[in-house]
Ligand binder design. Structure first.
Ligand SMILES: *[C@@H]1O[C@H](CO)[C@@H](O)[C@H](O)[C@H]1NC(C)=O
Ligand SMILES: *[C@@H]1O[C@H](CO)[C@@H](O)[C@H](O)[C@H]1NC(C)=O
Ligand SMILES: *[C@@H]1O[C@H](CO)[C@@H](O)[C@H](O)[C@H]1NC(C)=O
Ligand SMILES: *[C@@H]1O[C@H](CO)[C@@H](O)[C@H](O)[C@H]1NC(C)=O
Ligand SMILES: *[C@@H]1O[C@H](CO)[C@@H](O)[C@H](O)[C@H]1NC(C)=O
Ligand SMILES: *[C@@H]1O[C@H](CO)[C@@H](O)[C@H](O)[C@H]1NC(C)=O
Length: 527
């Protein structure tokens, strides 16, 4: 054991010299069961880029842990050495890499999020961008961009509100794109060491393309796929991608429609556009796919669905069983809002059939108070962080390759939102004080986005849980033989657990998982 200890200290020394300095959370408690971390123009808690450095001649038998707890730890870093014996009575045993490759994690550059960022001083805003995108923060690598307005806008607009403009001569990006969304995206790209994949999603077409002549309320594109209105709607996607490109932002993908079933709900009170899987299939085959290809955007990833889990098997079947449509499609997007009611077997049914040819992404999630929307922000709610952490884990355990949150920042009310559909966000901005609050949800996202780097693969495991009923885990293999384990404990008590990696020597990690916690484990394995 003396030898192991020496190696352990040596490795800590290596970690010390490659690390960016971490700065602690400045905690503040509001009326919830956990804290927020307060950031302002001169200070924000940061998380060192602690990457393990391999030593092929001397594989290092130590591991890192990063812990976030309801009681106040935030990605607290510690190291420990592997043990020769197993002491935990709850055991996770690493098995083998699956074919499930991680695309990444992120949030949305909505009007609301980027207006809110701009309500801060330039220095505080820059700390917020760093918190999400730089190596001091949680390093998101995916961003969603609403194409035009949605409920999280201050007013209703499209990029072409000129009636009957089938050539889209009057197409132009909005003030929100030019002054808020694009500058935030560019600042994010500038501080990131990762490539950020950006994808657009429309809420509604211009009113004049819609059967009800209104961007809100039940309606669909006038006519049939292949017709003049559908062709114009496909051209609108091309114009959007081109306009962002002209402004220095390359679009990686698009979803065909945000929540296509909203547009079939009579009286739906914000921007929406109705589709069936059949009209979406035919639009992709006849209009969208050919328009993207003809305009040099054939490499833009088209994602279908972008709606709640319950219709996923049916919808993917209709669209992807059609070879004319499927040849233009790369992925399947799904939202989280009814995950507590609809089991992940709904993902399994779609993934088993199409998972080897298409990636699956969770493209939207947020918390809100559905009864009193203006009580949607709960500063410091541990439950909401836990809900994020567990939903991400469940999705990734069922074939989904990434998870994108909704608004990256909102004001104290959970807006702006022109229909008062207020929601919570991992970062809430208090413009009056020029500060912002990083909630438990932010750290829940970060345990995945920072450590589970793009390209990591999910590694299967066996578990033998005897007492720790509230503990669950998921494991990944990163580049350079780095293993990552994300563990959650939803119980009110702590447990000793053991992680067994048959490929390390010795192969037992014995750790105590605190009550109400998220824990990331990081170690080297060997092939
Ligand atoms: C920002 O927060 C830090 C840490 O709490 C504090 O020391 C500093 O005075 C604050 N800066 C401003 C401008 O309020
Ligand atoms: C699970 O762990 C318990 C307690 O350590 C042990 O008695 C049991 O044999 C284990 N089961 C399996 C399948 O390994
Ligand atoms: C970013 O993308 C470019 C172009 O595809 C690629 O060459 C580069 O390796 C990528 N960088 C990272 C960090 O993935
Ligand atoms: C769209 O519908 C809303 C809600 O019914 C209504 O208030 C608004 O005036 C309509 N807009 C147009 C352009 O007709
Ligand atoms: C909150 O919402 C309720 C119902 O929608 C409304 O009556 C009330 O005025 C709102 N309160 C505030 C402070 O906005
Ligand atoms: C975990 O193990 C340590 C060391 O054996 C012990 O001190 C601690 O009480 C154990 N914790 C739990 C929750 O069993």
């Amino acid at each position: 054991m003396a030898g192991l200890q020496a190696v352990f200290f040596h490795s800590v020394f290596i970690l010390g010299i490659i690390s960016v300095q971490s700065g602690p959370c400045i905690p503040q408690r509001f009326d919830q069961d956990s804290i927020v971390c307060v950031c302002n123009s001169t200070y924000c808690d940061t998380y060192a880029n602690i990457d393990l450095e391999p030593n092929p001649a001397n594989p290092i038998p130590y591991y890192n842990t990063y812990m976030t707890t309801r009681s106040g730890l935030r990605m607290e870093h510690k190291s420990g050495s592997f043990d020769l014996t197993k002491t935990g009575e709850n055991v996770f045993t690493i098995k083998k890499a699956t074919g499930q490759r991680i695309k990444g994690f992120g949030g949305a550059f909505t009007d609301a999020a980027t207006l809110t960022m701009n309500s801060l001083s330039p220095q505080a805003r820059s700390n917020l961008i760093d918190a999400y995108f730089s190596s001091k923060g949680i390093e998101y690598n995916i961003g969603r961009i609403p194409m035009g307005s949605c409920d999280f806008s201050t007013h209703v607009y499209s990029y072409d509100d000129t009636d009957g403009d089938f050539s889209l001569e009057h197409f132009s990006l909005a003030e929100e794109d030019l002054n808020h969304k694009i500058p935030a995206i560019k600042d994010a790209m500038a501080v990131s060491r990762r490539n950020i994949s950006l994808f657009g999603s429309p809420w509604s077409s211009p009113y004049w393309m819609k059967t009800n002549l209104n961007m809100t309320g039940r309606g669909s594109i006038i006519g049939e796929p292949g017709g003049e209105y559908y062709k114009t709607w496909a051209k609108y996607f091309v114009k959007f991608i081109q306009a962002y490109k002209d402004n220095g932002v390359n679009i990686w993908g698009v979803t065909t429609q945000n929540e296509p079933t909203d547009g079939d709900i009579p009286g739906f009170n914000f921007q929406c556009l109705g589709w069936t899987p059949q009209t979406q299939r035919d639009f992709i085959a006849k209009d969208l796919g050919p328009a993207l290809e003809a305009n040099g955007f054939g490499n833009v990833k088209v994602m279908i669905f972008d709606d709640q889990r319950e219709l996923l098997p049916y919808w993917t079947n209709v669209v992807l069983s059609d070879t004319e449509a499927a040849k233009y499609v790369s992925g399947v997007a799904v939202h989280w809002y009814i995950d507590l009611l609809v089991p992940p077997s709904f993902i399994d049914r779609a993934y088993e059939k199409f998972g080897s040819d298409y990636f699956f992404l969770n493209t939207e999630a947020c918390e809100q108070d559905l009864i009193n929307k203006n009580r949607s922000v709960l500063l410091g709610s541990w439950y909401r962080g836990e809900h994020y952490f567990k939903d991400i884990m469940q999705d990734l355990q069922h074939g989904i390759s990434g998870w994108i949150d909704w608004n990256m920042a909102l004001n104290m009310e959970g807006g702006p939102n022109w229909v008062n559909n207020f929601a919570d966000s991992p970062i809430i901005v208090n413009a009056d004080k020029d500060e912002f609050y990083k909630q438990p949800m932010y750290y829940a996202m970060g345990h995945y986005s920072k450590f589970v780097t793009p390209g990591s693969v999910v590694v299967s495991h066996d578990k033998n849980i005897t007492t720790a009923k509230g503990v669950d885990a998921i494991f990944f293999r990163r580049d350079r033989d780095i293993m990552i384990g994300n563990i959650v404990n939803i119980d009110e008590q702590s447990y000793n657990i053991t992680v067994v990696d048959p490929n390390t020597q010795p192969n037992y990690i014995n750790i105590e998982i605190p009550a109400k916690s998220f824990v990331t484990l990081q170690w080297f394995t060997t092939s």
